[in-house]
Ligand binder design. Sequence first.
Ligand SMILES: Cc1cc2nc3c(=O)[nH]c(=O)nc-3n(C[C@H](O)[C@H](O)[C@H](O)COP(=O)(O)OP(=O)(O)OC[C@H]3O[C@@H](n4cnc5c(N)ncnc54)[C@H](O)[C@@H]3O)c2cc1C
Ligand code: FES
Length: 264
Amino acid sequence: MKRDRQTLPIAAIREENPSLRTFRFDTQLEAQAGQFVMLTLFGEGEKPFSILDENADSVYITVKNVGPFTNRLFELQVGALVSIRGPYGVAFSLENKRVLMVGGGFATPPLRFLAKSLRARGIDYLVNVNGARSQADLLYVSDFEELCDRSLIATDDGSLGHRGTSVDVMQDILEEETFDCIYISGPERMMKAAVDVARKYGIPFEVNLERYMKCGVGICGSCVMDPNGLILCKEGPVVGHETLAKVQEFGVSHRDKTGRILEI
Ligand SMILES: Cc1cc2nc3c(=O)[nH]c(=O)nc-3n(C[C@H](O)[C@H](O)[C@H](O)COP(=O)(O)OP(=O)(O)OC[C@H]3O[C@@H](n4cnc5c(N)ncnc54)[C@H](O)[C@@H]3O)c2cc1C
Ligand code: FES
């Protein structure tokens, strides 16, 4: 696994929807699904981003334009230089054979990478539930259809698939089928609801958490979670059910860049 900083030209940019773009960098990071990189833009600092995919030649990162750093990234064209360090953090486990993945919103990129990795390892049975506000916000629908044995969709407005959340669909599936593990990535309120369902059915799970990250390597303390001091950038961002049981702030609160505690 390579962790040195590299300054690379953007090799390609793909528009997923008006506020989401996928950036390709031609390098090898030997990353695993769930890990993240720190991107630097000169003058805008460094920010963490999950890895959407890696193949023999390239690494892909999907970015939502939400503020100064991502605005600046969206202004860049192919060929502009971006500095990358990583990959960092704990990835999803790959040993399970019957897997349910539950995703929400634009947090689905790590699940797409996970689906590809599980398929490459010869998983027996893989089901994905992809949730979003509307059809226009759904990501990687055809990729999940190709990679999974069952691929289900939930939209809040009912424009495609089940009208409701991915957690509603998860609950319906668990009435019919059982799994070795459930992998969850989405907004924290959605993940909290999914975790409550997974616990109700007694199925182990892993969640992909986000907290404010400055260094990404366990030095600054900005990503530490209460009350047990879990250092999310090193001990996460993927956290298993046993560890999560000790993290009381999950679904309740998080810290902003100054360390101030805010409600989820
Ligand atoms: C492990 C991890 C993986 C992530 N993966 C992705 C991804 O694949 N695609 C993507 O678009 N975004 C991802 N993010 C969120 C991304 O880091 C923020 O969207 C980005 O930093 C926003 O910066 P900004 O200056 O554009 O916006 P700002 O206006 O500075 O922030 C907008 C919001 O982004 C979040 N944010 C800002 N800075 C950070 C930071 N240093 N660490 C964590 N969250 C921050 C906060 O919720 C903030 O309210 C990830 C975050 C983490 C922790
Ligand atoms: S981001 Fe600095 S310790 Fe985690």
